[in-house]
Design a protein around this ligand. Structure first.
Ligand code: C2E
Ligand code: CA
Ligand code: CA
Length: 738
């Protein structure tokens, strides 16, 4: 290897040459080790920075900083190691060669950092790279040694020379493996591990250097007089180089630390930002949920109120009109009760789309307030626009809807209030639209009403009426039962009576149930009212017995709201017992829809009532949505065909067919058939012809008080089948009592 300037000796010099005895300054050796460790630590730190760099330019920057630190560390270690080398001859260093060794150190270190920049490193890749790096370090070392000039000749021991290269490769391999392992990780243990790794790598580097130095021999020709070595301030130079190197490495490490902190802060900031945006999204979707109705995708009451308030402010300042349309689907409860809530929901969706299709899509606000209540807010110029829109909606609502295998037609009631004339605030306008709606429902539904001042007066009146009804029930004053005979076509006798409530009001006079039943139902008074009727009817049954009519039965109406109370059976039993009346003389009339509501629970209650011996009758049959399958399961005795099917007989052939079919169906289910609202003799004859079991109606008698009943019953029973077209009730002059 002479061409490289490397001379090897394998045996002791022969021609009288002298091997110089060389020493190392231990302090400088320690300093060199320290520098090597610092360089290693910096390299590990920079490798970590490179791995976490967020862009290419910062990756490149940290790679160069790392290369600089490592090169500085290795080279300074080497240089200080050389300074620690004490020889009994004068030694000089050639600057260009020294700088060349520095350049080699830099290139080698760059290779280290480049290798560590790879996202993943296999062992083989590490091994391959460490051969190059090790060779690079060794080259740097031996080139550096080559810079040494003295009168002695340099020889190397080949074994130690080879070993130094192997150590360089081994140290490189260890450094690469440790650095790639330590690229990711945080915490105290990670940091401790990094310190220990730096000590190991530093040891590797310094062992390579000193193995190289052990291979190094200086030979002088025999007899050469050893010159007195000059005054060298190697210690001072070594310390200076070490301090400078450590300062540079230290500042690089500080820069890396600052960058790491900055990056962490940046990440924290990003995390905070993403959290904030997530929070924002959550808030938006919460607002969506809070302001929208999930079923129909319309806005809900809350969303409506918000828009309404904004619009009101706008209109108050700029002038203009607004209309609030309150909608309520007529008899929607029947659908829910008879077809179930899923069908009800389906229907609401269709109805919502009908409403949306009837409004001016952009300007008008459509909301669902819950249940079957909808509200629309429109900008308008005159009240007629509101009327036209309401009519458009009512018309669209009548489009037939296919639901649960049935085709049905729905209608709606609408109440309208106008801004500014009917109110200035949201609450006032909504309340007044609601009052107008109440009016529409009260006047037969499927209609529209504008709010008016006397509506308000009427609402106040309703409130007062409610209070008075409560008082009437509590004090048992003013309420009374009227009885309408039910005529048995087979026996020709009035065998049953329907108890119908009346109210003799101190101010409003004689009130029919239509005037107060709905009121009682809407505020929970109905159960009290039904209980009162039950008690009174049982007492009247006792009274009838005393008058010799102990075969007469009384049918009592039961509100659907009473039918959901478990106590009902017990109350009936109690009423019968305290009046000492046989249960078979009592019949309970329940409407079709009340029965279809919660069929399983109702069934239990009905069975309990039947078990008492009380009969059950299904009232207003044909107006609801009962299914035959359910009817079959219910413990019923009687079916009452609704008056609406009789009214047009004999004019309506269709109604006649329906009534016939109902009679046949009821008989198939072993139910007696009562037809109510029979007013003409033709109707009577028709029903008799088609096997109807009982008739009830003005033809026989209007409802009469108990005291007037006797002559009415006698009259009916005497006549048997010999009715004329003149209704009996008229004969007895009871018409006015309706
Ligand atoms: P409903 O159970 O269908 O009672 C039959 C209604 O039809 C009664 O009206 C009766 O007077 C009337 N009506 C009977 N025959 C004829 C007829 O030939 N022509 C005409 N146009 N009408 C006839 P009312 O007494 O006004 O009762 C109305 C509704 O009030 C009843 O309908 C029932 O649903 C309810 N109701 C009456 N009394 C009570 C009660 O004590 N408790 C409860 N919960 N509801 C009651
Ligand atoms: Ca009835
Ligand atoms: Ca009825």
């Amino acid at each position: 290897m002479d061409w490289l300037g490397l001379h090897f000796i394998t045996e002791l010099p022969v021609n009288g040459q002298v091997i110089l005895n060389c020493m190392h300054d231990p302090f400088l050796v320690l300093l060199a080790y320290l520098v090597a460790c610092a360089g290693s630590f910096a390299t590990l730190d920079m490798a970590e920075r490179v791995a976490h760099a967020e862009n290419l330019s910062s990756q490149r920057l940290w790679r160069w900083v790392g290369a600089g630190c490592l090169a500085g560390g290795i080279w300074a270690m080497h240089f200080i190691g050389m300074l620690a080398f004490q020889v009994p001859v004068d030694v000089h260093f050639q600057l260009p060669v020294t700088l060349l060794s520095l350049l080699i150190a830099l290139l080698t270190s760059w290779l280290v950092m480049y290798t560590l920049s790879r996202p993943s490193l296999s062992f083989w890749q590490c091994l391959k790279a460490s051969v190059w790096i090790g060779m690079g370090i060794a080259t740097m070392h031996y080139v550096g040694m080559g810079a040494m000039q003295s009168q002695a000749k340099v020889y190397y021991q080949p074994v130690l020379f080879g070993l130094s290269i192997l150590i360089a490769i081994g140290a490189s391999l260890a450094a690469l493996l440790l650095a790639s392992h330590l690229r990711n990780g945080t915490g105290m243990f990670h940091q401790l591990f990094k310190y220990s790794a730096s000590l190991v790598i530093g040891a590797g580097i310094i062992s390579m250097h000193f193995t190289g130095m052990a291979a190094f021999n200086l030979l002088l020709p025999g007899g050469t007089v050893l010159p007195q070595p000059g005054e060298h301030n190697h210690l001072q130079l070594g310390v200076t180089v070490a301090v400078m190197t450590l300062l540079i490495i230290g500042s690089c490490i500080s820069a890396a630390l600052a960058d790491k902190k900055l990056q962490k802060k940046d990440h924290d900031l990003q995390r905070v930002n993403s959290l904030l945006s997530q929070l924002d999204q959550a808030r938006v979707s919460l607002q969506q949920v809070a302001h929208y109705d999930a079923l129909t995708s319309l806005i809900n009451r809350r969303g409506f109120n918000q828009i309404f308030a904004e619009k009101l402010i706008e209109k108050t300042h700029e002038g203009g009109m607004l209309a609030v349309l309150f909608l309520d689907i007529d008899h929607f409860k029947r659908i829910n009760d008879s077809l179930g809530h899923d069908a009800g929901d389906e229907l609401l969706k269709v109805l919502a789309s009908h409403i949306k299709a009837s409004v001016r899509s952009h300007e008008d606000v459509v909301a669902r307030f819950g249940g079957d209540e909808f509200c629309i807010l429109i900008d308008l110029h005159d009240r007629d626009e509101a009327r036209q829109m309401a009519q458009r909606i009512m018309l669209k609502m009548k489009d037939p809807i296919e639901l649960a295998g049935r085709r049905m037609v729905m209608t709606t009631s609408i109440g309208i209030s106008l801004f500014p004339e009917d109110g200035k605030t949201c609450e006032e306008l909504l309340k007044n639209a609601d009052l107008a709606l109440y009016q529409s429902k009260g006047s037969g539904r499927n209609g529209l009403n504008f709010f008016s001042a006397n509506l308000k007066a009427r609402a106040t009146l309703e409130l007062q009426l409610e209070e008075e009804l409560r008082h009437a029930l509590r004090e048992d004053t003013g309420l009374m039962l009227y009885y309408q005979p039910i005529y048995d076509l087979k026996t020709g006798q009035a065998s049953k009576l329907e108890a119908l409530i009346r109210w003799q009001h101190p101010v409003h006079g004689f009130l029919a149930p239509d005037r107060f039943i709905a009121l009682a139902e809407s505020n929970g008074l109905i159960t009290e009212l039904d209980k009162w009727v039950l008690r009174k009817a049982c007492q009247d049954l006792g009274e009838l017995s005393r008058q010799g009519c102990d075969e007469l039965k009384i049918a009592v109406n039961c509100s659907p709201l009473s039918l959901v109370r478990e106590e009902l059976a017990g109350e009936i039993e109690q009423a019968l017992r305290s009046a000492a009346v046989a249960p078979r003389r009592l019949e309970l009339e329940v409407t079709e829809n009340a029965l279809m509501g919660n069929i399983t629970e109702t069934l239990v209650l009905l069975q309990q009532i039947r078990a008492l011996g009380v009969s059950l009758s299904i009232d207003d049959f044909g107006t609801g949505y009962s299914s035959l399958a359910y009817l079959k399961r219910l413990p019923l005795n009687t079916l009452k065909i609704d008056r609406s099917f009789i009214i047009d007989i004999p004019k309506s052939a269709q109604d006649m067919e329906i009534v016939q079919a109902i009679i046949v169906m009821a008989h198939t289910l072993h139910l007696d058939v009562v037809t109510e609202g029979v007013e003409t003799f033709e109707q009577y004859q028709f029903l008799e012809r088609h096997g109807c079991d009982f008739v009830q109606g003005y033809l026989l008698s209007r409802p009469v008080p108990l005291n007037d009943l006797r002559p009415v019953l006698d009259e009916i029973n005497q006549r048997k089948h010999a009715y004329t077209v003149t209704p009996l009730s008229l004969v007895h002059g009871t018409t006015a009592l309706m």
